[in-house]
Design a protein around this ligand. Structure first.
Ligand code: GP9
Ligand code: MN
Length: 677
């Protein structure tokens, strides 16, 4: 008999394949078991703080593995097994890449990161320090399955043919019916395992995670590793293909003209005496977490809440009518608006969604002007997609949590006192001139401070969230006092422009607490202004130009203000803001907020949520009353234009196009000149 000629191993392989052909799910079940085990090992190796695989997580992972592989049921046995092995290899490599990436960036790999290869590339030098022997466990099964796949590829077909010879073949319709039903059942089980649990998380403890999108790890915490990568592909396709806004040539031209007109406004101010008055100075900028303007000069029970800042205000330009312009991207929006002078997007965060796009941010401009550029924030580097965005913003170095010693634990991570101390250790050694950007964290909601740092006596606010806020702001103020002392000790005080501003409001939704604190009720416009105003301080060398400036401004004006003082022209850059510190304030200046509100210092327009202009309210600030809509109507229109133009530019990466056009035009000009000669 034919079978007798075969080696026993071949014969049993043929039988095995036949068996698997008949009981399709066995190889799939084996694959599923191995993959779930790997996903469990992955979560153990990754070891993210406060994230352990729960029963629900395991069910989600199991469901995701079923969805990842159910379609292989459609294939004949050899193709199916080879496909399952390929799926295993792909998933294992992705998990391993995630582990390596996480060890360096505290984040998972996403498509935008892969596309921005220079970021992954920065792993290059340190790759040796990121490998661990224990990771080998993820590849153990490869020792069996890879040779098996090779064997199947080589001999599988002939083995099967031989084994099949004595078998009655099922009819095509029978085969198809089994495959359809089986794959549909597996698909159904997988879908329900993943989506019922993810939807439950979205409804309860994970609310807003997919809208906020602030950290890939928080998405992974809900969806599991396979689910995260599936979601990441969906997110990328949706944003770049399904929801991609297309911009016509006419729209692009309109946006170009509009942003160029903003440049002309700044260009005209280059005749101002302050333009370039501080050329070559270092720039140290501090973004203060949840630091609202009403804290300045405020007291409770006779105690000053911000004594150090109040003192510093006497030696600095303090902008008392300064607004944050953030939206859902919160801290990341403040960072973006202040450094890149464009409006944030209304949904999500530019840091997350448009990180690879082209912008004219302060860091890249100063780097091009021979400044050393660095950014400091003592939290996980992947949060708000900072690793990717800072790479694009051309910072030389991002000092994230892993670069700091956690010697003062407050709130989310490191206390601001230690954060400033350790950052200054680095900054004082930096080559000059430098641009160093520091982002504080201690005053983050819910403002939990250790008892020894709660030094205010709060009376009836004791134990309330507002009381906790005051304590944390008081602590940050003391930390800022230490920062100033240290700058003086390091000889940085008179050759550095020190800029400080609050990032956004404090998220306390209870107005009665604020009204108790202020001792008076607030009307609509007072509430809006209080919610939106953050302090801006610019301390100049030799404490020049100190005073309180009541001209309105917003975060979009920060970069133009600094560039103006340094004498670096932004006339040809793509920025919306204008310098705030000039000999005379810019006439007709208004600040546009992302929700469509605006103020010019005299009127404050509060838009209605239905978007209908007339349903909003136009307030007259000096008289503190609602006034005729005509006082706002023209500026409502131009505010909407500003938001639209900014969206067109940011969402369609138009700055890149504008720069290419200018470069082509410049080349065209040179060619013509050469031809003429
Ligand atoms: C964390 C910090 C907080 O890194 O930036 O961000 P927030 O919650 O304020 O947007
Ligand atoms: Mn913040």
């Amino acid at each position: 008999m034919l079978w007798n000629d075969q080696k026993p191993v071949r014969r049993s392989m043929g039988m095995l394949l036949l068996g698997l052909e008949r009981f399709k799910v066995i190889d799939l079940l084996l694959f599923v078991a191995v993959m779930v085990a790997k996903l469990y090992l992955f979560s153990e190796i990754l070891h993210v703080a406060n994230m352990k695989m729960t029963r629900t997580d395991a069910i989600i992972e199991l469901g995701a593995v079923l969805l990842f592989s159910f379609w292989t049921i459609w294939l004949p046995v050899r193709g199916r097994i080879i496909s399952l092995i390929i799926l295993n290899v792909i998933a294992t490599l992705v998990l391993y890449a995630d582990i390596i990436y996480y060890r360096y960036f505290q984040d998972l790999i996403s498509i935008p990161v892969l596309l921005q290869f220079s970021q992954v590339d920065s792993l290059g030098e340190s790759i040796g320090t990121l490998l661990r022997a224990k990771d080998f466990i993820l590849f153990l099964d490869w020792m069996i399955i890879v040779p098996f796949a090779i064997y199947l590829l080589r001999h599988g077909r002939s083995e099967l043919r031989r084994a099949n010879e004595f078998r009655r073949k099922p009819a095509i319709w029978q085969k198809t019916a089994v495959r359809v039903v089986l794959s549909a059942v597996i698909f159904g089980i997988g879908t329900s395992m993943v989506f019922t649990n993810v939807n439950e998380a979205k409804r309860t403890w994970g609310q807003g995670i997919f809208e906020g999108n602030w950290w890939n790890l928080s998405i992974y915490n809900v969806t599991g590793a396979l689910g995260f990568h599936g979601y990441d592909i969906y997110r990328y396709v949706k944003q770049n293909w399904l929801d991609a806004e297309t911009v016509t040539a006419a729209q692009a031209l309109e946006a170009k003209n509009w942003i160029e007109a903003r440049g002309e406004v700044r260009g005209a101010l280059e005749l101002d005496p302050l333009y370039g008055a501080y050329a070559g100075s270092n720039v140290l900028m501090v973004q203060l977490e949840a630091f609202q303007n009403f804290m300045i000069h405020q007291t409770i029970g006779g105690q000053e809440i911000t004594p150090h800042l109040n003192d510093l205000i006497g030696q600095s330009a303090y902008f008392s009518e300064f607004y944050h312009q953030t939206a859902q991207g919160r801290t990341s929006d403040a960072d973006f608006t202040a450094n890149c002078s464009m409006q944030p997007v209304s949904n999500g965060s530019v840091f997350i969604q448009y990180a690879p796009n082209e912008f004219d941010c302060m860091s890249s401009t100063l780097k091009a002007n021979d400044y050393g550029t660095s950014v400091f924030h003592a939290y996980e580097g992947g949060f708000w997609n900072r690793n990717t965005m800072y790479n694009n913003m051309k910072y030389d170095q991002f000092y994230s949590l892993k670069h700091f010693t956690l010697d003062e634990k407050i709130g989310w991570a490191l206390g601001d006192k230690s954060f400033f101390r350790q950052s200054l250790d680095v900054i004082s050694e930096q080559k000059q001139p430098f641009y160093s950007f520091l982002i504080t964290l201690s005053s983050h909601y819910p403002f939990t401070m250790p008892a020894k740092e709660k030094s205010l006596s709060l009376g009836e606010l004791n134990g309330t969230i507002m009381g906790d806020y005051l304590q944390s702001i008081h602590y940050v103020d003391a930390a800022l006092g230490e920062l100033v002392d240290r700058m003086k000790a390091e000889g940085l005080w008179d050759n550095t422009i020190l800029v400080m501003y609050g990032d956004h409001d404090n998220s306390i939704k209870d107005w009665s607490l604020l009204e108790t604190f202020l001792g008076k009720p607030l009307n609509d416009v007072e509430r809006q202004m209080m919610l939106r105003q953050v302090p801006l301080l610019v301390h100049l060398p030799r404490s020049e130009h100190a005073g309180t400036y009541a001209n309105v401004g917003g975060q979009l004006d920060v970069t133009p203000t600094v560039m103006h003082l340094l004498g670096i022209s932004t006339a040809n850059q793509h920025l919306i803001g204008t310098p705030l510190l000039t000999e005379k304030p810019l006439a007709g200046k208004k600040v546009v907020l992302r929700n469509g509100a605006f103020t010019d210092g005299t009127v404050y327009y509060i838009p209605s949520t239905d978007g209908i202009v007339e349903n909003g309210a136009c307030w007259n600030i000096p008289s503190n009353t609602v006034t005729d809509m005509n006082a706002c109507i023209g500026a409502i229109d131009s505010s909407r234009t500003e938001l639209n133009m900014s969206d067109q530019i940011v969402m369609n990466n138009l700055i890149e196009d504008f720069k290419e056009q200018s470069a082509t035009e410049a080349r065209g000009g040179n060619d013509t000149e050469t031809a003429a000669r």
